[in-house]
Design a protein around this ligand. Structure first.
Ligand SMILES: *Cc1c(COP(=O)(O)O)cnc(C)c1O
Length: 351
């Protein structure tokens, strides 16, 4: 069998949830959109079910997958609905939709709800992607609050730069949010992972943790408070010794500068490993750091072997505990989120 394995440590997930909840205080949504950032939404939600205050997904389809697999805790739909007809299913499955623009709001008010809906009303406090502008927010809030069809309203917004401590943007967004909410009662939700870690002013009634829940620091590098949940691992399955000045792989993009032992491993861009990861990207062989050499192929890639134990059968960690996915991402010009979401085809093992 092809030895590529994606191992998901559910105990680490629980540890990270508890750490984040303690850091944030009050309640915390586990963000499990996009198949729990590639970790498996059903498995992760089940593993957190007894400790999580609720879950957040992108859309109705993702929420239904959880409900149909026994998840009974609150579920927030972060993008809201795409069509008025979806509100029927929202009510049937007791989901909490975000409302972030006027059409969504009107559809909520037009629907004949059997019992009052819980709405997460989103403000655009400066990211300018989704949400009501601060100057329109109170009117939207009041329209919902005055309707007997609406029960609870949770005020929310999202930060553009919470992972950039120097930017000042989060402080501006916080100010805009609090101003736009003045006089409006009820619960509030602002903080993603980075804001939970770096912006205590953004700790409100509900945190929304994604990346750090999976053990990955939103600031790059590693953070000892969190344990990586996913490990992607394989084995060396062929090796060769190359003389100096020999090319390796497609495009002959890498040349040896000395006699080099090259290991071949079964992982490539079709497994979701980023093709743009450059020569020098860290990778662990038998627990010690080596480097990727040459271009990433579809199903395979080549690594430098540095001692005689690192031969055929040697264990390779593409990322996990020894190599941070943040460092792979940095080397490939992307972010950990994208790599985690993209991992596929590997054999899955849940621990
Ligand atoms: C994805 C998402 C989050 C989680 O963000 P992380 O950076 O992964 O913690 C929080 N809130 C909203 C609205 C999101 O879309």
């Amino acid at each position: 069998m092809r030895p590529l394995t994606c191992t998901i440590r559910l105990q680490h997930l629980r540890h990270n949830y508890q750490t984040l909840k303690q850091l944030h205080g009050s309640k915390l949504l586990a963000v499990v959109k996009a198949n729990a950032y590639g970790h498996g939404a059903v498995e992760c939600s089940r593993a957190l079910h007894d400790i999580a205050d609720g879950f957040a997904v992108a859309c109705l389809e993702e929420a239904l997958e959880l409900r149909r697999n026994g998840i009974t805790k609150p579920i927030v739909l972060l993008e809201g609905v795409f069509d008025a007809s979806e509100y029927e299913t929202v009510e049937q499955y007791d989901l909490w939709p975000v409302v972030h623009h006027q059409a969504q709001l009107e559809h909520v008010l037009a629907r004949n709800w059997q019992k009052p809906a819980t709405i997460w009303l989103k403000m655009d406090s400066g990211m300018h992607r989704a949400g009501f502008f601060p100057h329109n927010y109170a009117a939207a809030y009041t329209a919902l609050a005055q309707s007997p069809k609406v029960g609870k309203i949770v005020k929310m917004s999202h930060f553009a730069c919470a992972d950039e401590p120097e930017s000042g943007m989060t402080e501006m967004q916080l100010e805009a949010f609090d101003l736009g909410c003045s006089g409006l009662s009820g619960e509030t939700s602002l903080a993603n992972s980075a804001a939970i870690l770096n912006h205590p002013n953004a700790h409100r009634d509900w945190g929304r943790a994604g990346l750090a829940l999976y053990g990955i620091s939103p600031f790059g590098g590693t953070d000892d408070r969190f344990k990586p949940v996913m490990t992607l691992s394989t084995r060396v399955f062929a090796e060769r010794v190359l003389q100096p000045h020999e090319p390796v792989g497609y495009g002959a993009a890498f040349y040896t500068n000395r006699s080099t032992r090259v290991g071949l491993i079964a992982c490539g861009y079709a497994d979701g490993y980023p093709r743009r990861a450059e020569t020098g990207t860290p990778i662990a062989v038998n627990g010690s750091i080596s480097r990727v050499i040459g271009r990433i192929s579809m199903d395979m890639m080549t690594v430098e072997l540095r001692d005689n134990l690192q031969g055929i059968g040697a264990e390779v960690e593409l990322f996990g505990d020894t190599v941070s996915v943040n460092d792979v991402a940095a080397s490939a010009g992307t972010i950990a989120y994208e790599i985690l979401c993209n991992i596929k085809r590997a054999e899955r093992a849940y621990i």
